[in-house]
Design a protein. Structure first.
Length: 163
């Protein structure tokens, strides 16, 4: 019994197409949640910082020393949570970009190329060490991640200097 190579290739192409679209949908869903979560984290940080500053001022304590240190610790804690989720978001976006490239190449891909495309259980498994380091650098340099926390830290430092 001989199999038809064209039919086999088309069956594999259809299978890969379904897998790639499913993976793309899954990655996009995570990216959307990550964007919402990091935005909420930044807003919570601003709200907590404002409430702590207001509570400090209403209590009659100067915003120096321990209250400023407490504000900086809060900023750092929120930054770390935001950084962690932003890093995951960058990883998922990188994987999603790879999946999009495969989807675009799908009509012209030969059988060997199609067979080499795989969907890892974890998007981190599909990236090299240098890709992961690049994602870490991209996250660390992201103005979206740094802006809110940097401004709050500067404002806290200015409060310390002015009091």
């Amino acid at each position: 019994m001989s199999s038809d190579p064209a039919a086999e290739r088309e069956a594999l192409r259809e299978h890969k197409r379904l897998c790639l679209f499913d993976e793309h949908q899954s990655l996009s869903s995570f990216v959307e949640r990550e964007i919402s979560f990091t935005a909420a984290t930044r807003n919570c940080c601003i709200a907590v910082w404002t409430l702590l500053l207001a509570a400090t001022m209403l209590s009659g304590v100067e915003p120096s020393g321990l209250p400023c240190l407490m504000l900086l610790v809060v900023i750092a804690a929120f930054y770390l949570v935001d950084f962690f989720y932003s890093y995951f978001g960058v990883i998922y976006k990188m994987r999603r970009l790879q999946v999009r490239q495969w989807i675009n190449q799908l009509p012209d891909a030969d059988l060997m190329e199609l067979q080499s495309w795989s969907t890892p259980a974890n998007p981190f498994d599909g990236l090299t060490r240098s890709d992961k380091l690049r994602a870490l650098r991209d996250t660390a340099k992201s103005p979206v991640v740094l802006a809110v926390y940097g401004l709050l830290a500067v404002a806290t430092a200015l409060l310390q200097l002015l009091s």
